[in-house]
Design a protein around this ligand. Sequence first.
Ligand SMILES: *Cc1c(COP(=O)(O)O)cnc(C)c1O
Length: 229
Amino acid sequence: MEIVAEKLQQVLTRIATACTASQRPVQSVTLLAVTKTFGAQSIRDAVAAGQHAFGENHVQEALEKMAALADLREPLQWHLIGPLQSNKTRVVAERFDWVHSVDRLKLAERLSAQRPPGLPPLQLCLQVNISGEASKSGVPPNEALALARAVAALPRLRLRGLMAIPQPVTGFEAQRVPHRALARLLGELNAAGLALDTLSIGMSADLEAAIAEGATIVRVGSAIFGARS
Ligand SMILES: *Cc1c(COP(=O)(O)O)cnc(C)c1O
């Protein structure tokens, strides 16, 4: 518990330092705590330390933790950051607040049709294959504008921006390259008439480089909760 609180504080300090270095307000970056493979108790510890936004990769694992945390009074915000299959869209539309991993129109159409009208719009990011890796999910950069236009037109969703998981590299300058490419793409989409305000980039190893290039959500797991087995 103390460990999670301490490490959370260290990450918040890293975010604040990176914001200062880029002359950005600290509030312009939101920390998403990534809890995949960690149990409900880790989430309780983080909530007790003031964290409310959590990212999970697997739908089933997230649902189990939501059930285990049903007694919490604080409202938690749940973000799906892992790959989404069509047969899981209904429960995601019903239970999550954000989905960062939309990379094809069919998924967005299903989420739109299945988002319960009583809930606020589901907040979406398009995942972009920014490093051009054959095995990675994500829309190719040159198809992002067409996809963004189609998704932005769907009801009960709000397209907020772009997400990427760049190939890991070491060194601040090298880490900035894919982040800068994603930030440029966001600028191009906005110049083409979209109104996107979110760049979901930066993890434990590269959050400073991501913030230098305009990240508005950093997704941090191991730096808060420890190494995953
Ligand atoms: C696991 C994961 C993270 C967090 O990675 P860390 O290196 O543990 O901070 C962020 N984003 C996605 C999509 C992930 O799968």
